[in-house]
Design a protein around this ligand. Sequence first.
Ligand SMILES: [Zn+2]
Length: 287
Amino acid sequence: MFISKNAETSIKHQLLVSPEMPELPELEVIANRLAERLTGCEIQNVEVHDHIVIHGKTAGEFEEGSIGETFHSFRPDGKFIIMEMDEHDLVVNPMLTGRFRLLDKHRTPTKTDMFSIRTEKGTLWYYDRKRMGRAYLVLKGDYSDVAGFSGRGPSALDPSLTLEIFKERIRRHRGQIKNVLRNQRFVKGIGNAYADEILLYAGILPFRRRSTLSDEETVKLYKAMRTVLSRVLEIISHRDLNEFGTEKRDFLMVHNRGGGMCPLCGGRVSEITANRFKTNYCQTCQK
Ligand SMILES: [Zn+2]
């Protein structure tokens, strides 16, 4: 069969796209989908299929602690999802490849299924190809055992994070601006992909030192952070949970678009990989 050169490149490109962490917009939508379906549902059964993702408890404690409780709310918190129940909260950090799926009928677990939670409105499956995610069953509101939870800044979309507070917070952080944006202690919810998107929109090169940013650039950065994250949230807000994945970020402007065309100037998107993290930027639009 004849495959055109372009089609071939595009197939190869799709295969090479490595999994990336869900960030604030994705976690917000995941929490909304779970809430729509499971709020008010009693947990009939919990089964741990692979204990490697369960932290702070044995698989048995994890199961017994949640069976019989009712789901009250689902909310994103930075890169975590918090599921509030009666006495306990279930906190999940999906890391790179942790994903959720809601199925009407129970089925046999596959080898990527880590745990499943059965309710009268279907079963919630948490699956994780790389088994890197972390799940904690904690006493209500006690997140002291959750790794990387305490000491984080406000959410990047928190309405109380005003420009003044943003400016005040950013002064405390040094180093390259992309790393500052990704630092959850500065603001929470931004990872590798949206940091690139925000910096393109702000017109700032990712390698610039935070200390070299002018006051005007800091304002641009704040506005870009809000605009990019809200826009992504709007685009993905109606997506179905089972069709969800960071691999389906077909709306990105610059991230994962190395060699492609910058949507702002029509120039070529540059790419650099360091510590397994890919950074994409536009040499024309970003200074
Ligand atoms: Zn450009």
